[in-house]
Design a protein around this ligand. Structure first.
Ligand code: BES
Ligand code: ZN
Length: 466
């Protein structure tokens, strides 16, 4: 039987606007995708500024007031439209214009900053994460303002340029601009749908605590014959430290690490089991010979409800062609922990420091540097915000959304909830296999087209509620 929500469709005026303007909207998105706004690299600082200015200009063209705010890092863009009146709700939409580095460049089929369409996919760094998705909001606003001359809600669009490096300056910005950013709800499109054509709402994100571990031994590299066996090898020492971080069952062996990990309960696990998940396909996508992780949990549970502790990078000694008998003077590892509710990044930092200190062999110096962190998040999926999102997605995709979790992180989400006290909705339009952070990142044209309608519908539905 059809429920009332299934009968919702995208209004003709909006649908027509998006159809008539499809080519122009795509050309504009491509302009943004051509700007190499890599936040991690200072040589791209002029590009991140250019991207911020571009986003502000595009907001203005859509009918918003926009300002570019300097921060100690990359600029923040704020767009505003406050014409809906005091009785209408205020919505804060958030996105990020910065992107991950594109390297290794030789693995891209077409250059990362020359957007190219192949088989219905827009290939470019940032196409899905997050330029394509943040642009949906700008264009949805434009569609509503052009077709109806007004928005059903008051709107603040907040677009930052440091998400991919941990949003270091954003919580300060949110804190000191809390009045400007005050909202009844926060909406973010920076995540993926569970499967093609299957719209999804996120119920959780993992947090993050990111470290660099440096091990220093002798002041210079040494002949491994003249010194090896009598001088502690920093690479071996680091390997030993890293090897103590898990036990044999894949559980993290850092004392106290699980103290604040919530048990999601049987009902949540059942809902996860009910999702149409093809584990073999997931494995195939990664190219890994076999999946693995903490004993006693399924793949999706490992990704969504369980924390991790992982090596992101390792550096030491001779790694060039052939052999070199050398005892390296130092070794370095990048190690990050994905956190789940209610773990606290600062507490995890203390535990990590204590653990490394405890297992560091004598005869070397170890330094742990905390690089960045963010809190995990779990949604309460009741209330008008989520009902509006369900209706909007159903109208745009012709299918009710599923509720999913997410293994990735968006550091500011916890801050929004804490500082603004507003519920957060994560309504994303990526797809599995989209290669975010990897070579050949893409966004599906179909998801983009439907996403435009879904976001416009969301604003309409949120306004209709008031
Ligand atoms: N868009 C992602 C978060 C995400 C990833 C959502 C996968 C859904 C699926 C975001 O831009 C991201 O990559 N965040 C970083 C944050 C980190 C650098 C602090 C992440 O998760 O690694
Ligand atoms: Zn992102």
């Amino acid at each position: 039987m059809l429920t009332a929500t299934n009968e919702i469709t995208v209004p003709t005026d909006l649908d027509r606007f998006f159809t008539d303007n499809e080519a122009r909207i795509r050309d504009e998105l491509f302009e943004l995708l051509r700007i190499p706004s890599v936040s991690a690299r200072s040589e791209h600082n002029a590009d991140t500024t250019r991207a911020a200015e571009w986003v502000a200009a595009s907001m203005r063209a859509a009918g918003l007031q926009a300002t570019v705010h300097r921060t100690p890092g990359h600029p923040v863009v704020v767009g505003e439209w406050r014409g809906a009146g005091a009785n209408a709700p205020t919505v804060l939409a958030y996105g990020h214009y910065d992107v991950q580095p594109a390297e290794p460049l030789d693995l891209w089929t077409s250059p990362p900053f020359e957007p190219t369409v192949r088989s219905g996919k827009i290939f470019a760094r940032g196409s899905v994460d997050d330029k394509g998705q943040l642009f949906l909001h700008v264009k949805a606003v434009e569609a509503l303002l052009r077709t109806r001359g007004t928005l059903p809600v008051n709107l603040v669009l907040l677009v930052e340029g440091e998400e991919e490096v941990g949003s270091e300056h954003l919580s300060d910005f949110v804190e000191s601009n809390a009045k400007l950013l005050r909202a009844d709800a926060v909406v973010i499109s920076d995540s993926a749908m569970f499967a093609p054509g299957l719209p999804s709402l996120l119920s959780s994100l993992r947090g993050l605590a990111y470290f660099q571990i440096d091990v220093q031994g002798p002041t210079t590299d040494l002949h491994s014959g003249s010194y090896g066996g009598a001088v502690i090898n920093p690479a071996m020492a680091l390997a030993r430290i890293l090897a103590t971080m898990h036990d044999g069952s894949g559980r993290i062996a850092i004392d106290g690490f699980y103290d604040r990990v919530l048990d999601w309960g049987e009902k949540a696990r059942e809902e996860i089991r009910d999702l149409p998940f093809d584990e073999e396909r997931f494995r195939e996508e990664t190219g890994t010979p076999a999946l693995g992780g903490e004993a006693g949990f399924s793949t999706l549970e490992r990704l969504w409800m369980r924390p991790t502790c992982e090596i992101n990078g390792l550096l030491s000694g001779y790694t060039g062609e052939g052999a070199k008998t050398v005892l390296p003077s130092k070794a370095m590892a990048k190690v990050s922990c994905r956190l789940v509710p209610d773990q606290d990044p600062q507490q995890i930092e203390q535990l990590m420091r204590a653990h490394v200190e405890r297992f560091a062999p004598k005869g070397i110096t170890v330094t742990v540097t905390h690089l960045h962190g963010g809190r995990p998040w779990r949604a309460n999926l009741d209330g008008p915000l989520f009902d509006a999102a369900r209706r909007a997605l159903t109208a745009a995709f012709g299918r009710e959304p599923v509720i999913t979790g997410e293994g990735g992180s968006i550091p500011v989400v916890g801050d929004f909830q804490r500082i603004l006290g507003a519920p957060v909705l994560l309504m994303g339009f990526g797809l599995p296999g989209e290669n975010a952070h990897a070579p050949n990142e893409w966004m599906s044209e179909e998801s983009f087209t439907r996403g435009l309608r879904a976001v416009a519908m969301l604003y309409q539905e949120l306004g209709a509620k008031s």
